[in-house]
Design a protein around this ligand. Structure first.
Ligand code: PRP
Length: 180
């Protein structure tokens, strides 16, 4: 285990099991739909790569880069679009793939935008859900694991752009961000 990690919350094996079962569920639900999967960069990358390989359907993948944390451990509430989609979502069934839903500021903002742009439906598949962190009410449709209110990193999630490459999700030792 990495020296800055206090505890592993979701192991590599658990992540793979989540991808397998969620992928099957999504494939069944979107069998007759016009699916486009949208990854919100950067945190979504490992989860999107593993999850999409378990969805046995024909679909498009597109990316958007949004940020609300700006390097710290608390959401600024100000969701910035740093790179927009390169494809129209009008009339499409959009499934947003996220690493985590915390305050829900990001997802609620993006969902409203996608509905405004004419998407037929907008749902979310997230690896992690932290309901105790909510500022805006929102319940994601596909959730890998509900986690407690702790600052987690790994498998796409960062602190100051570090730890995204850890193969598991773990709680960051508080002394790492308290000493900065
Ligand atoms: C993280 C994460 C989600 C968002 C969730 O992104 O990937 O997009 O925060 O938090 P919220 O529910 O409180 O809005 P971040 O802004 O850190 O950008 P990143 O994906 O590039 O790390």
């Amino acid at each position: 285990m990495h020296k800055d990690i206090a505890e592993i919350l979701v192991t590599e094996q658990e992540i793979q099991d989540i991808c397998t079962s969620m992928g099957k569920e999504i494939a069944a639900d979107y069998k007759d739909k016009n699916l486009i999967i949208v990854g919100l960069l950067k945190g979504c990358v490992p989860f999107l790569a593993d999850l999409t390989r378990k969805i046995d359907l024909k679909f498009d993948i597109a990316y958007m880069s949004v940020s609300s944390y700006h390097g710290g451990i608390a959401s600024s509430g100000d969701v910035k679009i740093k790179m927009d989609l390169d494809i129209s979502i009008k009339g499409r069934d959009v499934l947003i793939v996220e690493d985590i839903v915390d305050t829900a500021n990001t997802i609620v903002t993006i969902m409203e935008l996608f509905k405004h742009r004419g998407a037929s439906s907008v749902k979310i598949a997230t690896l992690l859900d932290k309901p105790e962190g909510r500022i805006k009410p929102y319940e994601p449709e596909y959730v890998g694991r509900v986690i407690p209110k702790a600052f987690v990193v790994g498998y796409g999630l960062d602190y100051d752009e570090m730890y995204r490459n850890l193969p598991y999700v773990g709680i960051l030792k508080p002394e790492v961000y308290n000493t900065k």
